[in-house]
Write a protein that binds this ligand. Sequence first.
Ligand code: ATP
Length: 233
Amino acid sequence: MTLLSVRDLTVHHGQLRAVDGLSLDLGKGEVLAIIGANGAGKSTLLRALAGLNPPTSGSVHFGGRDITRLPAYKRVGAGIALVPEGRRLFRSLTVEENLLAGAYRRRPGAWTLPAVYELFPWMADRRTQNAAQLSGGEQQSVAIGRALLANPALLLIDELSLGLAPVIVRRIYEVLPGIVGTGTTALLVEQDVSQAMRVADRVHCLLEGRSVLQGRPADLTAEQVEHAYFGMG
Ligand code: ATP
């Protein structure tokens, strides 16, 4: 079943077409990774899906409903949660307070504070610590926990592994199947192409705002991916 359907989406930053006539479909329970060089439009696409960058043209359907013009705050209630680039935690609040911020406009579902602590046991031990004291990877994990507490049908994660210690990235990818197993669908922006090819059911490679290659990792050759990534012929 198709959960998300994006058609001919164009998003501008001023004169610049950051996303340029992009189409993609995402099935329920799938993991889709978006790869592409710096400036390819990956973050803009995610922000557009979260309602933060309004499209110039094109459409976005979610669960069969046209959400193209739905404001960001209503998309959380509709089931879309974004883990933004740079994590954006409240640095002076504790781990637990940050997690509970995600329970605002929460939908009913399996994700509760104890369930998040079960996924990331270290968070329970450090729940009264300020977010500012966490490493980048720990902050990323809290940001994921916070997004899960909204019980999203679609989890958008920007720059999942950028700048994080490999051990934390590994842990996040270890828990991903458990998250998707609860019925959440994931759309990730992943800097690390080989990581994306390992975890995703499908990948889309963006180049100058367009999807220039897409498919299942097993069906794509390293050469195809490299050519798409760097825009070679
Ligand atoms: P990166 O990995 O560097 O974040 P990206 O693939 O996520 O790259 P975007 O951040 O979506 O790409 O940027 C796409 C294009 O839009 C780039 O040329 C970028 O400079 C431009 N851009 C992004 N945000 C803005 C903004 N707020 N105002 C103006 N231009 C922007």
